[in-house]
Every structure is written in structure tokens, then in C-alpha cells.
Design a protein around this ligand. Structure first.
Ligand SMILES: Cc1ncc(COP(=O)(O)OP(=O)(O)O)c(N)n1
Ligand SMILES: Cc1ncsc1CCOP(=O)(O)O
Length: 544
């Protein structure tokens, strides 16, 4: 077997105990190969040696009769592999050391090793491993781990992939299925998407399915576009956004230029980073949305802390990665807390995002916003057209400057739309030295130089109170880990908009009103992955 051409895209590891009633392992493996499995490992934990060998002989025949021939490996047992002349063996850290496996099997067989750490990866390669399988990336019920074992997470897997640096292929395993395979593969990418995982290994996502062929087909479609067995030359490395859009089942709805695709890539990277870092986001926010924004933050993968008491806000902000200030239900004691927390954040370079809720409604709110902007220099100010118009006007920007007639506010809502929101956002961004985001049917974000338009979202968002506040809270989560506040603000609006589109769905009739939409929106924020973000982001960006 030519080891250099082995395709690790979809690696099936077996477990007889998970088969649906009346299914045999042989027919399941045959169907899975038909669906797209590229490599098979027979894993038997309880069978006698004789029964193990008999099963191995049967599966070897099935793998050999597929076109192209599917490599067939044995889990743990070098003796069984030798007995049936399998293509190789996969061993773990408690099994026969890789050097001995190599000595017994010879140079032509495939030897795979499970690694949990970067050190183990280096050791396994030095010992002669042909490929590595990481320890479980996610929790799984299929394998009993030693007490204290914690799944690596996508970030842990990427650390190993990065350390291996393409010397041997790396696959990952554990809790992977159609719902997260793309996220795992994308998370394993590095060096601008040129290098990454060679594939995923699964057990229950195929073996336990009533239609293993369909399950394998779906998985392979998700994984294949992200496979990086060898580093792609930079010249051939496609933009991640382009890859996802081309391979996704979701059609491209508008053709995007290179700058816009690059921004989608930045948004996807910011999302991956948020998931990996689980930022702690301190919110001083309003009573109306407090519970909703906390749940949205948890669902996207951040950790919210809602705290407004002057006695503790400085201590909370000290341990946080971002501070969200939302003036929606304002009172003097809260203003003092906002300044106290904001000043501490400024001192510690913790990014602040401000939502000037109802800034156009009363002088009290407007003055509060102006003093917060002047004192705290928030990295992002996110409001609706009425709020941003009111702040711009108070800071001396006229309608002639901005090219738009200022939009009025009615309570916390704005009335009417701006003729040129991009110019307003850009001029206010320059004036306040922050990124300004104006939410609406089309969201506009500017740092003074770049202007992005985000077209994700739908009318259902407008039927709920406080979805703008959710966008601001999400901006806080992105801001905590993104280098660039412009990308963080765009990412928050894309994430909320994509989740809203998925929540509304195309399964007509499920959303019956704001109540069902609200529940589905939270589910979809929870279910966001980098594939959905990259495939569904609808945005454009221009330099002014
Ligand atoms: C491809 C692949 N990756 C990891 C494992 C796990 O191997 P190990 O740690 O030896 O655990 P057991 O499979 O023996 O329970 C694997 N088998 N295959
Ligand atoms: C064998 C093994 N090694 C680490 S996790 C695991 C089991 C993965 O099973 P599943 O794909 O059903 O989560």
C-alpha cells in the first residue's frame, strides 16, 4: 500500500455495541464505504482473539473489494493485524509503544498513534507514526476515558496540528457528527487556511445510524472542503469564505469582491477565536433585556456576568475580557457604576462597547452618552439610526456633513431611515475615535476608513424588544478576543443576522410569532458554527 496517498478525510472506527438492532457490522461498514468513508479501523474491546480475527478477515474483504480499495486497520492488536495482514494498526498511549509496533509490522504498514499533548505528538512521530489521532475533541459516550480526562476542544486540537506542522497527517475524534464536523475542520486550520486536519474519525455518527451510507455521505461533504493533508501553497490557498461558499449547500446569494470575502474570513476567524477563548463579558445593561442578553452570550460561547452595583463593578471588570455598557434603563446610581467600571476598564485596556439606548429620547440619556463617550473612549458604539443621529448632532455633525437628514427617535426606537448611514457612521467614528455601528434593516459599521454593510437578518428581529441590545452584547464577546473592533462589530451583526435567518427557516409555519421566533433565535445562536457564518454572511466593505 502506498502510504503517501492515503485519504484520511472520513475515518470510520467501529464499535459493534452501537449497531442498530438487526444490523451487522459488515453491512454497516460496506454501506459507510459506499457513502464516502475513506479508511476503516476495526475496534473490538471484548471479543476473543479468535472472534476478533474472524471479524477482521470479513471486514478486510469488504474494504478490499471497494473501489478505490479502502485501507483497513486494527485497533490496538498488532497480533491480529499480523494474522490477517491488515494495512496497519492504531495504538494509544497505554498500548504497545510505537517503535515496537513499527519493528513488528515493518516499514510498509500504517501505524497511527493517539496523542493528547504536543509532547506525545513529537514522540509518536519520532517513534515512526505515519499519522496521529488526537485524543477526544469533544465529550463522547462511546469511549470511557480515565478519570480527570478533559476533551481537548477545537483549540487543543489546533495546537497539536500546528505543532506537527504537516510532518504527518492528523485526524481528530470524539463526539463528532454532522452538526459539528465543519466546525472541527475549520477550527483545525492555521496559516491562513493552508494547513489543517487531514480528516475526522467517527464511531457513533455512522455506526449507530439506521442509514450509515447517508450519514457518511453527509459527513464527507462537510469535511472534504477543509482537508489539508499537505500544506497548500499560498498561491493556491483559497479564501476560507470562498471555499465554504463554493462547497456549501447554501447558494451564494450575491457575488462578493475580494475585500468583502476577506472580511467574511476575518469574521469567521473571530468566531472561532470567541469559541476557543470563552470570554468573560461584564454587562451593565438594562432590566428589559438582561436575561435575554445573558442567554445569548452563553449560547454563542461567552460567559456573561451582569453586575451594576458600584460596590463591585471595578472588581468584576478586572476579571473580565470586555465591558458592555447599555443605558436602557438609566438612573443616577447606574451612571456612577458605568463610569467606575469604564474607568477601570480603560486603566486595564479592557475593551468597552456602548449601547446608547434612547439617546435621542431625552436630554438625560443624551448627556449620559456624551459623558461616557468622552470619559471612556469606547471601542465600539452601537445604536439605531435615531440614537446615532442624536449623538452625531450633539457633537456638531450637521445634516450637510453627514449627507442624511437626522433620524428622530420615538422612545428607544428610531423613526425613518438615513439617506447615507455610511457617511454618518464614518464621521462619528472619526469624531469619537471608535467604531460606530448603526443597526437597522441593513446594518452599517465604520471605523472612519472602512464602511461595511451587513445584510443578514430579517423582519422577525424587529418584532422583539431588545434584539439591538443582543447585538451589542455579542459585540462585547467578539471584542474580547478580536484584535480589530471593526471586525468585532461586523461579526456580532453577522452572527445575530445569520441566526435570525436560520431561526425563521424555510420550513414555513414553524415560526408562528415573536414567541416561537425568540426561542428559535436562541437555539440558532447556540447552533452557529463557522461553516454557517462563512456560508451565510452577506456583507460588503468599501474604503471611504
Ligand atoms: C483514529 C483514532 N483516533 C483515536 C483513537 C483512540 O485510540 P486509543 O486512545 O488507543 O483508545 P481506544 O480506541 O483503544 O479505546 C482511535 N482508536 N482511533
Ligand atoms: C475511540 C475514541 N477515542 C477517543 S474518543 C473515541 C470514541 C469516539 O466515538 P464517537 O465518534 O461516537 O464520539
Amino acid at each position: 500500500m502506498d502510504k503517501s496517498i492515503i485519504d484520511y478525510t472520513l475515518y470510520l472506527v467501529t464499535d459493534q455495541t452501537l449497531l442498530p438492532p438487526s444490523r451487522t457490522l459488515a453491512e454497516t461498514v460496506a454501506a459507510a464505504i459506499k457513502g464516502g468513508v475513506t479508511l476503516v479501523q476495526l475496534r473490538e474491546k471484548t471479543k476473543s482473539t479468535r472472534a476478533f480475527i474472524a471479524e477482521a478477515q470479513a471486514l478486510k474483504l469488504i474494504c478490499a473489494s471497494s473501489t478505490p480499495r479502502t485501507p483497513f486497520l486494527i485497533n490496538d492488536r498488532v497480533d491480529v493485524a499480523l494474522a490477517v495482514d491488515a494495512d496497519g494498526v492504531h495504538v494509544g498511549q497505554d498500548d504497545m509503544p510505537v517503535r515496537d509496533v513499527r519493528r513488528l509490522l515493518g516499514p510498509d504498514k500504517i501505524v497511527g498513534v493517539t496523542v493528547e499533548t504536543v509532547e506525545q505528538a513529537h514522540e509518536a512521530i519520532a517513534g515512526g507514526a505515519d499519522y496521529l489521532g488526537t485524543a477526544a475533541v469533544f465529550p463522547t459516550a462511546t469511549k470511557k476515558h480515565a478519570p480527570g480526562f478533559a476533551p481537548l476542544g477545537v483549540a487543543g486540537v489546533r495546537e497539536i496540528v500546528q505543532a506537527v506542522a504537516g510532518r504527518v497527517p492528523v485526524v481528530t475524534i470524539g463526539g463528532i457528527g454532522a452538526g459539528n464536523a465543519r466546525e472541527v475542520m475549520h477550527g483545525g486550520l492555521w496559516e491562513e487556511g493552508r494547513r489543517g486536519l487531514a480528516g475526522v474519525a467517527v464511531v457513533s455518527a455512522i455506526i449507530a445510524q439506521v442509514d450509515p451510507e447517508a450519514a457518511a455521505k453527509e459527513l464527507v461533504e462537510q469535511v472534504r472542503p477543509w482537508v489539508r493533508s499537505v500544506a497548500l501553497p499560498l498561491s493556491q490557498a483559497p479564501s476560507l469564505a470562498r471555499v465554504v461558499r463554493e462547497k456549501s449547500l447554501q447558494p451564494i446569494r450575491s457575488s462578493m469582491d475580494a475585500a468583502s470575502l476577506a472580511l467574511v474570513d476575518d469574521v469567521a476567524a473571530a468566531f472561532t477565536k470567541l469559541k476557543a477563548t470563552k470570554p468573560l463579558v461584564h454587562n451593565i445593561t438594562n432590566f428589559v433585556v438582561m436575561n435575554d442578553t445573558a442567554n445569548a452570550l452563553v449560547s454563542i460561547g461567552a460567559s456573561p456576568v451582569m453586575s451594576h452595583s458600584i460596590e463591585e463593578v471595578r472588581d468584576i471588570v478586572k476579571i473580565s475580557n470586555a465591558l458592555v455598557i447599555n443605558i436602557g434603563t438609566l438612573s443616577p446610581s447606574w451612571i456612577a457604576s458605568m463610569h467606575a467600571a469604564g474607568n477601570k476598564a480603560k486603566e486595564l485596556s479592557i475593551p468597552v462597547v456602548l449601547d446608547p439606548v434612547g439617546a435621542g429620547a431625552t436630554p438625560f440619556r443624551l448627556q449620559t452618552c456624551l459623558s461616557l463617550i468622552a470619559a471612556l473612549k469606547p471601542r465600539v458604539v452601537k445604536g439605531n439610526a435615531g440614537e446615532i443621529s442624536a449623538i452625531a448632532k450633539a457633537l456638531g455633525l450637521t445634516d450637510t456633513d453627514t449627507g442624511s437628514q437626522a433620524v428622530e427617535s420615538r422612545g428607544v426606537d428610531s423613526v425613518g431611515s438615513l439617506a447615507d448611514p455610511g457617511t454618518l457612521a464614518a464621521l462619528l467614528a472619526l469624531k469619537t475615535n471608535s467604531v460606530v455601528a448603526i443597526s437597522g434593516a441593513i446594518d452599517v459599521v465604520s471605523d472612519g476608513t472602512r464602511v461595511a454593510r451587513v445584510e443578514n437578518g430579517n423582519a422577525w428581529l424587529g418584532t422583539l424588544s431588545g434584539t439591538g441590545c443582543t447585538a451589542t452584547a455579542l459585540a462585547g464577546a467578539f471584542l474580547a478576543s478580536a484584535q480589530d473592533p471593526f471586525v468585532a462589530a461586523v461579526a456580532a451583526l453577522v452572527a445575530l443576522g445569520v441566526a435570525a435567518e436560520l431561526a425563521a427557516g424555510d420550513d414555513g409555519g414553524v415560526v408562528r410569532g415573536p414567541g416561537t421566533f425568540k426561542a428559535r433565535l436562541l437555539d440558532e445562536i447556540y447552533g452557529l458554527d463557522v461553516g454557517k457564518i462563512s456560508a451565510m454572511a452577506r456583507l460588503s466593505v468599501k474604503e471611504r
